[in-house]
Design a protein around this ligand. Structure first.
Ligand SMILES: [Zn+2]
Length: 207
């Protein structure tokens, strides 16, 4: 198992991790880092679509999903996500293109092509490619949000974007019952321990 970090190392945004599993390439997220005060957006390092077997989107936030349509400018590849993630990604990317006209190297036709090649999968639904596999687990972060467990060559990699360990009335807490792993890639934007929000406190006291 070889891991190439394409973005989101020591920074927040443009997540992208290419994992080569015995010759099969999985791309975990491919997002956008938005520029501040009119600066242009930044993207993860380039990867050729023909080299990717599957793009796996953890959740719809644009720092994880926003650059996936760029893979359809001159190529195509399979895209996997939960049904809410696909629907919300479509909505958010379309919105991004409306707001930031001409700023991105792709447009609505590439977004539509991305949706055409997208496949919906649920949590714990294992997808096997060659000698390797991946499956989603609930991240508890947003509706449809996932973490990814990749298994190959007797190694197990667990990848997370944002996760929520508390849960709420709308969302389960993150499913971290994944057993032993060899590699963990995780988002660590916030290192503070948060107090429960008012809404969470109310929901806990009622349950
Ligand atoms: Zn997020």
């Amino acid at each position: 198992m070889k891991i190439n970090v394409l973005g989101a190392a020591c920074e927040v945004g443009r997540s992208g991790f290419l994992v080569n599993c015995d010759g099969v390439n999985f791309l975990l997220d491919y997002g956008v880092l938005f520029g501040r005060r009119g600066d242009p957006p930044q993207y993860p390092q380039h990867v050729k679509p023909k080299e990717i077997d599957s793009v796996i989107i953890t959740h719809a936030h644009l720092d994880h999903s926003g650059f996936v349509p760029s893979l359809f400018v001159s190529g195509r590849c399979n895209v996997y996500a939960t049904p809410p993630t696909l629907e919300l990604s479509h909505l958010l990317i379309e919105d991004m293109l409306k707001i930031e006209k001409t700023m991105h190297p792709f447009d609505i036709p590439e977004l539509n092509k991305m949706m055409q090649y997208s496949k919906e999968i649920g949590y714990k639904e294992k997808v096997v490619r060659g000698n390797s596999s991946f499956e989603f687990r609930d991240s508890g972060h947003v509706i449809g949000g996932s973490t990814v467990l990749v298994e190959s060559e007797k190694k197990r990699l667990f990848y997370t974007g944002d996760i929520n360990l508390r849960g709420s009335r709308l969302l389960n807490k993150a499913d971290l019952d994944f057993g032993e792993i060899d590699v963990l890639i995780t988002e660590s934007t916030k290192v503070r321990i948060h107090k429960p929000s008012k809404c969470q406190e109310m929901s806990q006291s009622r349950d």
